[in-house]
Ligand binder design. Sequence first.
Ligand SMILES: Nc1ncnc2c1ncn2[C@@H]1O[C@H](COP(=O)(O)OP(=O)(O)OP(=O)(O)O)[C@@H](O)[C@H]1O
Ligand SMILES: [Mg+2]
Length: 368
Amino acid sequence: MTDPGERLRSSLAADQSSAASSSGGASSSGADWDSPIAMEALRATRVLHAADQEPFPVPSRIRVITIANQKGGVGKTTSTVNLGVALALYGLRTLVIDLDPQGNTSTALGVEHTVGTPSVYDALVGDSTLSEVVHPTTASPNLRCVPATIDLAGAEIELVSVVAREHRLRRAIEAHIHALPADQRPHYVLIDCPPSLGLLTLNALVAGDEVLIPIQCEYYALEGLGQLLSNIDLVRAHLNPGITVRTILLTMYDGRTKLADQVADEVRNHFGDLVLRAVIPRNVRVSEAPGYGQSVLTYDPGSRGSTSYVEAARELAQRGVDLGRTASGEVERAGMSGPAAAPPVAALAFGESVPSPGAGPARTQESQ
Ligand SMILES: Nc1ncnc2c1ncn2[C@@H]1O[C@H](COP(=O)(O)OP(=O)(O)OP(=O)(O)O)[C@@H](O)[C@H]1O
Ligand SMILES: [Mg+2]
């Protein structure tokens, strides 16, 4: 198979020579392949022709990743969308579940989410299966999305009286995976949480095997994180023994500020190897893409935002190869037939501040 970079070179060279001949040979001879624009074009072609390149490694078991941080606007949705698209473009079957009534993930993936659209609400509160509410996306045939409609805003209250309310999403995901033939089961399930610690986020933490926390490289970035970590401890103790924080992703990094470096250092000191080496820069293309119903990878594949999300997804995927296999094979999910039947814990006051030894990093100090 031809290298996509080579293909781009020859097609650009052909364009240039035809432009030169039509303008009477005024153009300079030979292309400058080291110019910023050529480099960006090369980066773009690598992302767009991802399938021609080495695919990301298949995880040793299905990974259900909850993307959570109760702080608003830190990049949960942006990271869910762009990591999801990157995993899918690089060959991994990925299911994205929008669990935020704002429906921003659905918007960014170009998936319909007006009132009445079959959505995650119907699976959580109603009797629908996930298979009935999952939608294809235009980004990749490997990527599917369960959208969220505004109905989900009422789910926090409606779920209160539902039996095993904390387990609704977990059971829906397990039933969905079981119903699919092995070669169609997702390798990755990414769940985008709302900016709160209510019943929706609780469902996502019970459904997941691992948590990915996006942290914005800004002042107050770490505030409130202690409460999230305490809640994850509570969920582990009472509802989902398998849940663990496995990944931290630094987002909206602005290399021009000292503060961004300070936050990044502090997060790395506190969380060590959990923090991905890839850092997502603040990049205007990332924020423009959802307006076109796209991820940044499809909207502007050569941008720094796009390539950094590809790198973050690659790292995430590489960390997934050694998670241990289940007895029944690589497409099974660890503990799938086990803890789903755990009883709901009435005493769990989710959302309240719970002291936990050592939980919660210190508040970031602004640089002087
Ligand atoms: N790397 C980036 N560069 C520039 N803008 C970004 C970047 N990442 C996210 N944004 C923008 O920041 C805003 C918040 O991002 P996003 O919606 O992903 O956060 P969130 O944590 O999901 O928010 P919420 O808590 O409301 O769900 C959006 O307008 C998004 O486009
Ligand atoms: Mg969001």
